[in-house]
Design a protein around this ligand. Structure first.
Ligand SMILES: *Cc1c(COP(=O)(O)O)cnc(C)c1O
Length: 374
């Protein structure tokens, strides 16, 4: 045996001391912490999913369709139905293992050393991680007191920073704030020339929670055709009740999608994932049957919290940000002690609760009353 000198692992200097991202996964009766859909897929959907996976079983010795054309066509059809957007085809759609991976592809293609990605805080805590992992500089702008974006200030900041990519979640996480279509237009128009070397800035509207938006709040998909540098990201993790399958996607001009095809790993979307996603899309109505109910439950939760004097952000998503608490950790812990897990995230004195079933929301209200005396 050669004498191997004792050395440390060559972890990248910027990763030393960093922790893997993730909310605590605890075994608790009421999981209201990661904005999942609380309803399991119905039995007839599970049956179709199982049969669809069995049907590809015989060809699992082969690599899957690298370009997953059928799934992309199905997703395009779904998006047209859901949003009133028109002209979407398989060429306009990209997908990966969760929209987190889709957005990582965006930064791998358009970010990188010497380039910048921007967002506006408080927002999704994964965005700076995509930046770090793709060696892209991270810049966070700010929002108004009510968590909405000030379009003029936002555009001025973008023009000053000249980022390669801007990520805007709408509805925003953890605040629930939706971006008005007029502001998407204004920001997209500005982004046409604010990128590196006179190029455009790629503007990503992250619509992970779009299906929960209140009626009258349009999707950015309806203006996709106007902007070759606009991408709208979606996911099957939330409204589709399919977080465990890991399927996220986006719609954009085919040229933008072609840029993402360069950086994806070959066969990144398994045959099993493709089969599960296509089966689920055949049952969109059944899987999203409770979305209306969750919206009603959300609005009731917001009203209830406000009646008790809490400040609650306007929300178009399946969660609500509420507070303020002098010691939010104590409130979070008090709820956890009563079997209700929510999320300690966002502005210092606030907490975020995901909207669950009627019974779960009753448990949340009961626990919060006990903990805060309100
Ligand atoms: C949950 C969430 C996603 C979706 O993540 P997946 O990887 O698709 O599960 C994307 N963006 C935001 C803001 C989210 O909160």
């Amino acid at each position: 045996m050669p004498d191997t000198p004792v050395t440390d692992l060559p972890l990248r200097a910027d990763l030393v001391g960093q922790q893997p991202y993730g909310a605590p996964q605890l075994d608790v009766p009421h999981l209201l912490n990661v904005n999942e859909n609380p309803y399991s897929p119905p039995p007839e959907v599970i049956e179709d999913i199982a049969a669809s996976v069995a049907a590809v079983g015989g060809s699992l010795n082969r690599y899957p369709d690298r370009d997953f054309r059928d799934l992309r066509a199905d997703l395009a059809a779904y998006l047209e139905r859901e949003s009133a957007a028109t002209g979407l085809t398989a060429d306009h759609v990209w997908a990966a293992n969760g929209s987190n991976e889709v957005m990582l592809h965006l930064l791998q293609a358009f970010g990188g050393p010497g380039r910048t990605v921007m967002s506006f805080a408080p927002t999704y805590s994964m965005y700076p991680e995509y930046a770090r992992d793709s060696l892209t500089t991270w810049v966070a702008g700010t929002r108004r007191e009510d968590h909405s974006l000030d379009p003029e200030a936002t555009i001025a900041h973008i023009e000053q920073v000249r980022p390669a990519v801007v990520l805007l979640a709408s509805p925003n996480n953890p605040t629930g704030t939706a971006l008005p279509l007029a502001d998407v237009h204004a920001i997209a128009r500005a982004c046409a020339t604010t990128g590196p070397d006179g190029a455009a800035t790629v503007l990503v509207i992250d619509e992970a929670y779009a299906e929960f938006r209140r009626s009258g709040t349009p999707s950015a998909l309806t203006v996709l055709a106007d902007y070759p540098h606009l991408a709208v990201a979606r996911t099957m993790s939330k409204a589709f009740a399919l977080a465990g399958a890991r399927v996220g996607y986006l719609a954009a001009a085919p040229r933008l999608v072609d840029c993402l095809r360069i950086v994806r790993l070959p066969y990144h979307l398994s045959a099993v994932t493709q089969a599960v996603a296509r089966a689920a899309l055949r049952h969109t109505d059944a899987l999203q049957a409770q979305v209306a109910q969750l919206r009603t439950e959300r609005d009731a939760c917001v009203s209830w919290l406000r009646e008790r004097g809490f400040t609650v952000a306007e929300t178009d998503a399946n969660f609500a940000l509420f507070g303020p608490f002098e010691d939010r950790h104590a409130v979070w812990q008090g709820l956890l002690d009563r079997g209700v897990l929510i999320r300690e995230t966002g502005p210092q004195q606030f907490l975020r609760v995901s909207i669950g079933t009627e019974a779960e929301m009753a448990a949340f209200r009961g626990a919060l009353k006990e903990v805060t005396g309100r």
